[in-house]
Design a protein around this ligand. Structure first.
Ligand code: LMR
Length: 401
């Protein structure tokens, strides 16, 4: 029956991890997957997460019952507050619907599935060029079409704001616009607040629908509110919109799949209807979301003391990444590596888009056992004081030859 189906290509990111794991070279470096590592290259369980786990395990009321179809209520309300702000007018006016999801991927999937059923079908989803490798597949998986908008300017290693605005203007009215709320993946290039205002102007004028993917709140600047600025700005301007949140990175809960889909609509009546439909869609896909990660997040977000400890942990992660940016930049300058490297300092969040060509990436992988995606993206969190010299020298060599 299936002997003639084509062999699917392996996933670009997780295939890299698998190859890295099998590599026996002692100095191998994994800069592929966007997962935080400590300075010894090990996964880091946030101290606040450990604390919350103990509280949950020791709570006699903890059990393994099903959650509601739309997830843990305390997790969902806390998620909406985290991204929209405690004083959000949308929350006060009860025009926010939430549904717990299988992390950010699940939120994206559920969000696009919802739009494929209840929004216009004759418009494309506008996606940044480049974007997270999974976005296109998720959009396709629900039968929607996508079109790319200009985003990254390789000449400046920064944002192509003119190309971006032009693409928004040229798209059919009412298109869905997929926006990275902060710490754009893979480029680490975000619009400034002034540029976000211009983007919102065009989206408003064209009646487009903003769809925010927010996988790195707290990781971009170390400040949760600052990282939510773009989303809040759109809400303040009265847009109906949708937000996907992931707690993989900012809680280090990669394997627990804790996420949330939030929809901001015009009024409380619409919000109730939207939530009812999200529950129907979710039931057919996963029945009920997983409880463990959501319990941890809920406990931390709803307890002022734990929340403050979480903010400290976030700073530990984001400051170590910033320090790695500085060290890498200094080393490349010291080595007089051809080219300009300011973008390593200027880009933010987990990733740096180095500007390396695919052929150069190949050499880094094959000759130096340094693993990164073929678009030249490196996960800054994979660098440490122990491997940064090796990486800088290898990069220097690859650029020169
Ligand atoms: C990444 O971009 O490396 C992460 O978001 C992991 C993933 O799911 O692709």
């Amino acid at each position: 029956l299936f002997q003639n189906i084509p062999l699917a290509e392996p996933d670009k990111i997780f295939h890299l991890t698998a190859t890295y794991v099998q590599d026996k070279f002692p100095q191998k470096v994994n800069l592929g997957v966007g997962a935080y590592r400590d300075n010894d290259g090990n996964p880091w369980i946030l101290p606040v997460v450990r604390k919350a786990e103990q509280i949950i395990i020791n709570d006699p009321n903890t059990n393994h019952e099903y959650l509601q179809i739309t997830g843990l209520p305390t997790f969902r309300t806390a998620s909406a507050k985290l991204i929209l702000g405690v004083d959000s007018p949308a929350i006060k006016e009860n025009r926010v619907s939430t549904c717990q999801s299988i992390s950010g991927t699940g939120a994206n999937h559920l969000g696009f599935l919802f739009l494929s059923r209840f929004y216009r079908k004759d418009v494309p989803v506008l996606i940044s060029n480049p974007t997270w490798v999974n976005h296109k597949d998720i959009v396709r998986s629900v039968g929607l079409e996508f079109r790319e908008y200009a985003y990254y300017n390789p000449k400046t290693n920064g944002l192509d704001i003119d190309g971006f605005l032009e693409a928004l203007n040229d798209a059919p009215n009412g298109s869905i616009v997929l926006l990275h709320a902060c710490a754009h993946n893979p480029t680490g290039v975000d619009p400034s607040q002034e540029q976000w205002c211009k983007i919102a102007d065009v989206i408003g004028a064209k009646n487009h629908f903003p769809f925010f993917d927010c996988a790195y709140q707290g990781f971009a600047s170390g400040d949760l509110d600052k990282d939510a600025w773009a989303v809040r700005h759109f809400v303040q301007r009265g847009f109906e919109l949708l937000i996907c949140q992931s707690y993989s990175k900012n809680f280090g809960l990669y394997g627990q799949r804790a996420g949330c889909l939030t929809v901001v609509s015009k009024n409380a009546d619409a919000a109730i209807k939207i939530e009812s439909q999200l529950a129907r869609l979710q039931r057919a896909e996963i029945s009920n979301p997983p409880a463990y990660g959501a319990r941890i997040v809920s406990l931390v977000l709803n307890d002022p003391q734990l929340h403050a400890e979480w903010v400290e942990d976030l700073r530990t992660m984001s400051y170590r990444i910033i320090e790695m940016r500085k060290q890498l930049y200094d080393k490349l300058i010291e080595l007089r590596t051809p080219g300009t490297w300011n973008h390593i300092l200027e880009q933010i969040g987990m990733f740096s888009y180095t500007g390396l060509r695919t052929s150069q990436v190949k050499v880094l992988i094959q000759k130096y056992h340094i693993y990164l995606t073929d678009n030249g993206r490196i996960s800054m969190a994979g660098l440490s004081t122990k491997n940064i010299d090796y990486f800088a020298k290898s990069l220097d060599d690859v650029v020169r030859n």
